[in-house]
Design a protein around this ligand. Structure first.
Ligand code: ATP
Length: 374
C-alpha cells in the first residue's frame, strides 16, 4: 500500500502558492484495510476515507467508465490493482495530474511540471471529453491563473469546442454549473472564466443571452468593475446580468439554480437599470417614482440590501446615469427620518397610518430633490 499527495496541493506547492486542501490517493489497498487502519469512510459511492487524526481525504486509486451523457454518466471503478497512473489519467488538466510520494518524489506521467513552467492549461488525455464539467473547471483555472501568465492550450480549446458541438454541455446538471460559476466569480479574474466559455462556445449553451458579441463585453465590464472590490456572489451575478432585461435576468438566474437572494438582486438590478434610464430622461424627477423604487428594493426593512444594489448599479449604469444614484441615496436618507412610531403616537393606525407614512416620505423625498434633473 502506497500513499501519494495528489492534485491541487502538488500544483500549488510547485507554483509557490498557499496549499489549502491536501488530497491523497492510496494505491494497493481495499476499503476493509482502510477501515482496519482507523480511517472513516465518507460517501457511499466513492471509496474516500478520512484520516483519523488529520481529517484529510484519502481516496482509493480509481478510474472512471463513461456510461451516458453529462455528469451523472459515470461509474467509478476502484480496486487494489488500479495504478496511480490510471488514477492520474482521469484527471482534468496536466497541472492537476501530478502526485508526490511519501518519500517526496514527484510522479508526473503527463508532463504537468513542464506545462506548469510553460503556463499551459492542457488536458491530460482524450478522456477529458468524458466529463463536460472539465470545460468549466478549465475556464475557472484560467480565471485563477491567467494573472500568472497561464493560457488554455490550442488543442485543449479545440477539444472543448468539439465537446460543446457534440452536445456534451447540454446535459450538465444546473447545480454543478452553478457551483463552478460561483467559484469562478471569486477567482482572480472572473471575466476570464466567461471569455474562455465564450471561446469554446459553451457560453451559448449555458447562458445564451450573454453569448452575444457586444452584450458579453458590456457584461464583463460591469463584472470587472464589481469584482475589483470585496463584493458578494449575488452582486457579481447581478452585475453580469445587468445587461439583460428583468425577466431574462430572473429566468436565467433561476434556471442556473442560483439562490433566491441572488435571483432577486439580479432582477432588481435590471429593473432599476431600466427605471433609472427612463427617469434620467425626464426634466423633473417625480418623487413618487423614487419612493416606488425604494419600496421595490425593500429599502425600509433591508437598507444593507439597498446598499449592495447601489454598489452593483455603480458598475452597471453608464457614466451619466450614475449621478442619479446620489440623488436616490439622498432621497432615501431623508425619507428614513420618517418615524412610524411618532405617527402611531399621534393616534394613527391601520391604513391611515400607512397613508401618513407614505405622505411624509413623499414630502421629504420631494424636498431632497434638485430643482431640475440635469
Ligand atoms: P482548488 O484549489 O480549486 O480546490 P483543486 O485542484 O484542489 O483546486 P478539487 O476540486 O479539490 O480542485 O479537485 C481535486 C483534484 O481532483 C483536482 O486537482 C483534479 O486532479 C481532480 N478533479 C476534480 N474534479 C475533476 C473532474 N471533474 N475531472 C477530472 N479531474 C477532476
Amino acid at each position: 500500500m502506497q500513499t501519494y499527495l495528489v492534485g491541487g496541493a502538488v500544483r500549488d506547492e510547485l507554483l509557490g502558492l498557499e496549499v489549502k486542501d491536501r488530497d491523497w490517493v492510496v494505491v494497493g489497498a481495499t476499503p476493509e484495510e482502510m477501515l482496519a487502519k482507523g480511517f472513516k469512510q465518507v460517501g457511499a459511492d466513492f471509496p474516500v476515507f478520512l484520516h483519523p487524526e488529520t481529517r484529510e481525504e484519502y481516496a482509493l486509486a480509481r478510474t472512471e467508465r463513461k456510461q451516458g451523457r453529462g455528469y451523472h454518466g459515470f461509474s467509478v471503478y476502484s480496486a487494489p490493482d488500479v495504478t496511480l497512473e490510471e488514477d492520474l489519467k482521469r484527471r482534468d488538466l496536466t497541472i492537476n495530474a501530478m502526485a508526490r510520494s511519501e518519500e517526496g518524489e514527484l510522479v508526473d506521467p503527463f508532463d504537468g511540471f513542464r506545462d506548469l513552467k510553460d503556463h499551459a492549461l492542457r488536458h491530460v488525455s482524450p478522456a477529458f471529453a468524458e466529463d463536460p464539467l472539465r470545460i468549466l473547471r478549465t475556464a475557472r483555472f484560467a480565471a485563477r491563473l491567467t494573472p500568472l501568465g497561464f493560457r488554455v492550450c490550442d488543442d485543449t480549446m479545440r477539444l472543448m469546442r468539439q465537446m460543446v458541438a457534440e452536445g456534451e454541455v447540454d446535459h450538465l446538471v444546473p447545480e454543478r454549473v452553478w457551483q463552478e460559476i460561483q467559484r469562478a466569480l471569486h477567482e482572480h479574474e472572473p471575466d476570464t472564466f466567461f471569455e474562455v466559455l465564450q471561446a469554446c462556445d459553451a457560453l451559448a449553451v449555458l447562458i445564451p443571452e450573454l453569448a452575444v458579441p457586444g452584450v458579453l463585453e458590456e457584461a464583463l465590464e460591469a463584472l470587472r468593475c464589481i469584482s475589483g472590490s470585496d463584493t458578494e456572489t449575488d452582486q457579481r451575478v447581478a452585475a453580469l446580468f445587468s445587461v439583460l432585461d428583468e425577466e431574462t435576468a430572473r429566468h436565467r438566474a433561476a434556471t442556473l439554480k442560483a439562490p433566491n437572494d441572488c435571483r432577486s438582486l439580479a432582477g432588481l438590478t435590471a429593473h432599476f437599470k431600466a427605471e433609472v434610464t427612463e427617469l434620467c430622461s425626464m426634466d423633473r424627477l417625480p418623487a413618487d417614482r423614487l419612493l416606488e423604487l425604494l419600496d421595490t428594493a425593500d429599502f425600509w426593512r433591508r437598507p444593507e440590501r439597498f446598499q449592495a444594489l447601489t454598489e452593483v448599479l455603480e458598475c452597471a449604469l453608464p457614466e451619466p446615469e450614475r449621478a442619479f444614484l446620489k440623488v436616490l441615496g439622498k432621497a432615501a436618507d431623508s425619507a428614513t427620518g420618517v418615524s412610524p412610531k411618532a405617527l402611531m403616537e399621534q393616534g394613527l393606525s391601520g391604513k391611515a397610518l400607512g397613508r401618513a407614512i407614505r405622505e411624509e416620505r413623499l414630502t421629504r423625498i420631494q424636498q431632497s430633490l434638485p430643482d431640475t434633473n440635469n
